[in-house]
Ligand binder design. Structure first.
Ligand code: NAP
Length: 313
């Protein structure tokens, strides 16, 4: 059997990487960039002094600043890892400091709005390669990241038509060195795919947990106690960052509403089958959904390794 081919480049891919937003995704990238020697220097940018102290204490960056423009100045790679509702302000702030040849990328969970909000601020001579790693946990902040987060996960790049191929290849090389598999997609297609695979499931989890919280009182506090019946898996998803998810729903409105409409119709069909005792309708659907789980397992996308959760895979 041949040895696995290392995707770690021999020399650093970048001189100065600015990570704007050092939460789960930004800090995981910093860990992975450090582990694989992908940059000579990292500068981190966060809003709060508390986060900047953690960034430095954890050794995630050589420097930490609250000013996105200062972080971006002189960088050859800028990675924006803040909630997508912040992008327009960040774009406006960094635009005058972007060097010729710099690559601006991001990790935002929606892509049409990112191109709309950030695109106008990318000057001629700079390259814009939006990206989205399909990896995450429900934890936030600089201390929540880990270098393995992106291993064996997809990263979707959505370069606008005409983007420099060399810049796209460099961003792809970065993610591959972090252990990810890279693909490219049109922004609209990305947003529809993610609406069904990620955004709608989160919306449903938030709804179920909110409904259960409302009935908790009448059930005498027994929701949490017996949560292993299925509810606890929804609580994990519904514990995800409120700001990040607010921004995702507000910035992928069209695709989420389309998928929600289809979901509501299917839910109504199930409601009807239960009311009329149509067991075969229920059984038929549940058999089809088992197939979906099998396909996820075959794609090796069934679990997230998180070093803070024993047994996670
Ligand atoms: P996070 O853990 O909540 O971290 C957000 C970071 O952004 C923090 O460092 C925060 O600084 C900073 N920030 C927030 N507003 C800012 C502003 N106005 N200016 C400068 N910095 C600001 O978030 P995350 O989970 O890493 O998500 C980051 C991005 O990745 C989002 O766009 C999200 O859609 C995308 N994404 C997330 C996941 C996931 O599962 N979490 C997966 C894929 C993609 P402070 O710490 O000082 O507040």
């Amino acid at each position: 059997m041949s040895a696995p081919v290392s995707k770690t480049p021999k020399a650093p891919l970048f001189q100065k990487v600015a990570i704007i937003g050092v939460g789960l995704i930004g800090s995981s990238l910093a860990h992975a960039i450090r582990r694989h020697g992908l940059a000579k220097k990292i500068v981190g940018c966060t809003r709060s002094a508390e986060s900047r102290d953690k960034v430095l204490a954890l050794g995630l960056a050589e420097e930490a600043t609250q000013d996105p423009a200062a972080a971006a100045e002189g960088a050859d790679l800028v990675i924006i890892c803040t909630p997508v509702g912040t992008y327009e302000d960040i774009g406006r702030a960094i635009a005058p400091k972007l060097s010729a040849g710099v690559i601006v990328t991001d990790a935002g969970s929606v892509k049409q709005a990112v191109v709309r909000d950030l695109g106008p601020f990318i000057p001629d001579g700079a390259h814009f390669v939006p990206g989205h790693p399909i990896a995450g946990t429900e934890h936030s902040g600089p201390e929540s990241g880990f270098a393995e987060l992106f291993e064996d996960r997809w990263c979707i790049l959505t370069p606008p038509p005409g983007t420099d191929a060399g810049a796209v290849a460099k961003v792809a090389a970065l993610w591959e060195a972090c252990g990810a598999m890279v693909t490219t997609m049109d922004v609209r297609h990305h947003d529809r795919v993610l609406a069904i695979t990620s955004h709608l499931p989160h919306l449903i989890a938030y709804t179920i947990v909110a409904t259960a919280s409302d009935v908790e009182e009448s059930l005498q506090g027994e929701v949490a106690k017996y949560s292993a019946g299925g509810f606890r898996d929804f609580t994990r998803i519904a514990a995800s960052d409120p700001i990040m998810w607010r921004d995702i729903f507000l910035n992928n409105r069209e695709a989420v509403l389309e998928m929600l409409q289809r979901f509501s119709e299917d839910l109504t069909a199930l409601q009807r089958a239960i009311r009329w005792g149509e067991g075969e309708v229920l059984e038929d659907m549940f058999r089809r959904t088992r197939e979906a789980r099998r396909r996820v397992l075959e794609e090796h996308q069934a679990g997230t390794f998180d070093p803070r959760e024993p047994g996670s895979s």
